[in-house]
Ligand binder design. Structure first.
Ligand code: FAD
Length: 316
């Protein structure tokens, strides 16, 4: 079987999980596509997961109330062994990349990190991934009875539901006592949707002018339409925005339904992080800007005039 470890938060499957389902379906690997849902009180997540895969395995226990690398690695290894999984797919999130190598070691499996594509190649599994600050895309192939993969978020389109939901099974997990405990947690309150989860993203480039304009135009437009906020590397390097918002080869890869680029030139390193967006809208005062080559809708004009009108229209 192909075993995918579901990522979820707030009782909902993360977009990255649906992306991993697409990676599994397109991988050419045989056997049922299986989602492993770990956590406490995850019945709703499991029901949602069943819409997308052949079967869902549910490890619902108080010990898994909060993410912990030791426990996630132990649970994933156990289920991979019991289900004789030949492919284990884990999210390329910070936590996924923390426990995936542990799973690979325990299964004595080769490990493909940060896959942006996944295909079968003979008996092996082939992935593409970025390397050397994303200046190089390399193709790597792994062989073995079982291969562990992490999927780079935003690299695969989110899966569509199946006509018939898959079966759900509870699993009994034998978990170790974790040696690391989370002793405190403060959650940053943001009403804004996370960049990698957003269906619509508004991204600001250097053409926005300054940090104040970024707040006024990029955040202003994003908030008025319930979108996530992105930034180019030029903006991040200038210290206007945090690295977490950077889109591109050395930032996040995103694939929203709509990507609105304000004052973004469209450098190749930026395009590689958002070029798979379903619709791209660009506003730039330079009609020759490369962003217009990939844009579905383009407005040649000054942000200072156009964006306030857009915000006003979206609130009307
Ligand atoms: P600029 O290229 O300066 O473009 C600004 C645009 O704004 C221009 O097109 C201009 O016409 C327009 N403009 C100006 N004023 C206005 C106005 N008033 N109204 C409307 N339009 C206006 N970049 C990334 O974004 N992400 C990455 O991950 C990334 N990784 C990189 C990795 C490497 C190894 C390298 C070498 C580069 C990388 N870059 C990355 C940088 C990339 O090459 C570009 O320099 C960067 O994307 C440019 O950002 P920008 O579009 O904001 O700025």
């Amino acid at each position: 079987m192909i075993l995918i470890v579901a990522e979820h938060s707030g009782g909902k499957l993360s977009k990255s999980t649906l992306e991993m389902v697409t990676a599994a379906r397109g991988s050419g690997r045989e056997g049922p596509v299986t989602l492993l849902v770990l956590g406490q009180g995850v019945a709703e997540v499991a029901n949602e997961a069943a819409r997308y895969v052949d079967q869902v395995l549910v490890g619902d226990t108080a010990a898994l109330a909060q993410y912990n690398a030791e426990l996630w690695a132990a649970a994933t290894t156990q289920i991979a062994q019991e289900g004789e999984a030949h492919t284990v797919i884990i999210g390329g999130s910070r936590s996924g990349r923390e426990y995936a190598p542990r799973v690979a070691v325990r299964l004595d499996a080769p490990y493909l990190e940060d896959a942006i594509s996944l295909t079968s190649e003979g008996a092996g599994l082939q992935a593409q991934r970025y390397t050397y600050l994303a200046r190089v895309t390399e193709t790597v192939r792994a062989e073995g009875p079982v291969v562990v993969v992490t999927a780079k978020p935003g690299s695969f389109a989110p899966a569509e539901p199946l006509a018939t939901p898959g079966e759900q099974y509870d699993v009994d997990l034998t978990l170790p006592t974790s040696r690391v405990t989370v002793t405190g947690r403060s959650v940053e309150k943001s009403s804004r949707v996370a960049l990698t989860e957003a269906d619509v993203i508004v991204t600001g480039g250097r053409g926005v002018g300054n940090p104040e304009n970024f707040g006024k135009y990029v955040e202003g437009l994003a908030d008025s339409i319930g979108a996530g906020v992105g930034a180019t590397r030029a903006v991040v390097d200038a210290g206007w925005r945090p690295y977490a918002e950077q889109v591109g080869q050395t930032g996040k890869t995103v694939q929203p339904k709509a990507y609105i680029a304000l004052g973004v030139s469209g450098a190749v390193q930026h395009l590689s992080g958002m070029g798979k967006s379903r619709y791209i809208v660009a506003i730039n005062k330079d009609a020759e800007a490369p962003i217009f080559k990939v844009a579905d809708y383009g407005i040649v004009g000054d942000i200072n005039e156009i964006v306030p009108a857009l915000i006003a229209a979206s609130k009307a």
